[in-house]
Design a protein around this ligand. Sequence first.
Ligand code: GLY
Length: 274
Amino acid sequence: MDFIVLHGGLSKREELQKHVEKYAELAFEEPTALDAVVKAVVFMEDDPLYNAGTGSNIRVDGSIQMDAAVMVPGDFGAVINIENVKNPVLVALDVMKKSPHMILAGDGAIEFARKLGHAPHNPITAAAVEKRKRTLERLRSGELPEYYNPSFFKEFLGDTVGAVAYINGEFAAAVSTGGTSLTLRGRVGDSPIPGSGIYCGDKGAVVATGIGEEIMRRTLAYRIYSQIGDRPLEEICREEIERFGDIPVGVIAVSENEAAAVSNMIMPHHIVRR
Ligand code: GLY
């Protein structure tokens, strides 16, 4: 059986669910698992409702820096803190396919993107400006709860996007994010770190969403991947998510015969099988 699973981050906004469903169905028409996950993430990067590509969170200093990654068994590509591109996931794909490297960061990633024809694009939206303003106001007034507080996360942090697929015997994973809000310029989350926010190998593919620092502490994606085949995928994901307690987190995963989406907050997601 073939699968694709998409998630739109941790968010209770109902419109995100409808969009995820549409994008999952469309992306599943692609001929390969890699094409499908990249297409899915491009849809969500181009949709300003999501915290990825256009609509990304704005950092404390007012800049937008984005992370994205793609992974297939034995190969990986990522960009870290890239700016002013429309589709970070397509630059990550070019890093994997057209460079001798696996990860490019900052100015080097932007320069690489331009050389490969990724035109300048300003991902800022009025909603992201407003969100940053509200967050800063609350920070200044001393009202904000601590960074990990789930209620703070629900209002301000979520919406990283990701996709995993198993199509015609091949696995692939892709992820993209504007990072959690508010963060310092230069902060890197779990998404572009292989084994933390993304992992893909011969047994399956896993993508995470949530507070990157905590996901990295636990190398969540590889922990889940390494248990595939030992017991049901859903059970593996549920047990790993339970380890986070109240810290907001979610995962999507596929193996050769299972697909799972598990989170401890509302996570718009959709699984398509055929
Ligand atoms: N999970 C996305 C991030 O922490 O940047």
